[in-house]
Design a protein around this ligand. Structure first.
Ligand code: CAA
Ligand code: FAD
Length: 379
């Protein structure tokens, strides 16, 4: 395995780092406090090509590999995980699935605008009673010949209010269980589609998470992704790649907190010397840096396997499991190194600690990743 990043990778990493420092850092505390969706920042990211990084240029994408994507995700997440979750959903859950499985007409109509960042997308699998147990879909898509009639509620949808295009997973033929599920493209404004309440969250408070209600929404058959009954397989396959995105988000949150703690430890004095001169602090930094490096290797391995078209299901789940775990540990230690200053908003690490938690919950909880990994090991 080659650990050397190419010049293109380094350029993408630098561009994301510059954008995060210049455009995301100013205002990140206010956006978190006020739960303000980063609309202007996302628009600029679209213009810079961060919203459809891996999409073929013929559909307005950046034509980049997954390594470039995780490098950018890490840099953006170091500063603002509310922005990076929007980026991750648009890139890996919406654009990727549409490019891989959508029809040419769907790509022309939706993918081109999503990849250019003109509009953003949402991925709607979870329901009030179907989270980890995703095959228990209650939302129905009744086959009416030339269209589906969509009824039900989706929960916790990232970009819930800001999106224009929603990929909605729904049950068409319950007798066929997960093989009777479809994935439909739903547009905001379709009659019967209502965006519900915004969640008031612990972390990633700038991202807009909503429930969505569908009552007799007529969705044309042309908006189905893949063959009849392909919807659950579509969701699972798409989530395999999505988990690499969330793993890189967790990695970025951890690395951002570590970098702040490292800098602070060299500035703050206690007992006549810098914190960084106390061995107890040095050992904390050593542990944090080691965990981050290990997580980065897993994330890059998963991205590399995907780029090489090798099976990456286990690698992606391992990367997400480990990176989300170390994000908890590293952000908590970063707050500890900052002492009381770490507990207030001004120093950023408390936000990173709050943001870290969600990476153990969405796109498959820690327990679900262990299920995925153990099934792969035992099959
Ligand atoms: N990749 C491809 N296919 C998969 C798969 C994977 N990782 N995991 C399961 N499947 C397929 C199986 O092969 C099976 O299909 P076949 O019958 O055709 O072989 C089908 O899915 C059902 O699988 P199981 O029989 O294993 O079903 P299960 O109910 O025992 O377990 C599960 C399924 C893996 C737990 C699945 O429900 C799951 O992943 N749950 C977590 C849901 C999740 O990740 N939600 C995220 C929502 S999006 C989100 O969160 C976005 C965000 O926050 C930003
Ligand atoms: P449950 O499934 O009820 O799980 C509760 C607990 O039980 C968890 O610890 C879980 O690991 C554990 N558990 C469940 N089953 C088992 C088992 N068999 N063995 C051991 N432990 C088990 N979903 C989307 O579709 N799209 C989105 O854009 C999206 N964005 C989100 C954004 C946020 C901020 C949040 C909070 C959630 C988002 N989700 C989204 C939903 C997310 O994917 C689910 O919350 C997650 O999959 C868990 O489902 P649940 O909340 O119903 O928990």
């Amino acid at each position: 395995m080659n650990f050397q990043l190419t010049e293109e990778h380094l350029a993408v990493q630098q561009a994301a780092r510059d954008f995060a420092q210049n455009e995301l850092l100013p205002g990140v505390i206010e956006r978190d406090t006020e739960q303000k969706f980063p609309k202007d920042q996302i628009k600029k990211m679209g213009e810079l090509g961060f919203m459809g990084m891996m999409v073929d240029p013929k559909y307005n994408g950046g034509g980049m590999d997954s390594i470039s994507y995780v490098l950018a995700m890490e840099e953006i997440s170091k500063v603002d995980a509310s922005v990076s979750v929007c980026m991750s959903v648009n890139n890996s859950l919406v654009c990727w699935g549409l490019e891989k499985y959508g029809t040419e007409e769907q790509k022309e109509k939706y993918l081109k605008r999503l990849a250019a960042g003109e509009i953003i997308g949402a991925f709607c699998l979870s329901e009030p009673e179907a989270g980890s147990d995703a095959t228990s879909q209650r939302t129905t898509a009744e086959d009416k010949g030339d269209h589906y009639l969509l009824n039900g509620t989706k929960n916790w949808i990232t970009n819930g209010n800001s999106a224009s295009v929603y990929i909605v997973i729904a049950q068409t033929d319950a007798a066929k269980k997960h093989k009777g599920i479809n994935a439909l493209i739903v547009e905001k404004g379709m009659p019967g589609f209502v965006v519900g309440k915004k969640e008031d969250k612990m972390g990633i408070r700038g991202s807009d998470t909503h429930s969505l209600m569908f009552t007799d929404v007529k969705v044309p058959k042309a908006n189905r992704i893949g063959d009849d009954g392909f919807g659950f397989s579509f969701a699972m396959t798409t989530l395999n790649g999505g988990r690499i995105g969330i793993a890189s988000q967790a990695l970025g949150i951890a690395a951002g907190a570590y970098e702040l703690a490292l800098t602070y430890s060299k500035e703050r004095k206690a007992f006549g010397k810098n914190l960084s001169e106390h061995q107890a602090i040095q050992f904390k930094l050593a542990e944090m840096a080691t965990k981050i490096d290990a997580a980065r290797l897993l994330v890059h391995q998963a991205a590399w396997r995907k780029d090489q078209r090798q099976d990456f299901v286990k690698a992606a789940a391992m990367a997400k499991l480990f990176a989300s775990q170390i994000a908890q540990e590293v952000t908590t230690e970063a707050v500890q190194i900052h002492g009381g200053y770490g507990y207030v908003k001004e120093y950023h690490v408390e936000r990173l600690m709050r943001d870290a938690k969600i990476t153990q919950i969405y796109e498959g909880t820690t327990e679900i990743q262990k299920m995925v990994i153990s099934r792969e090991l035992l099959k």
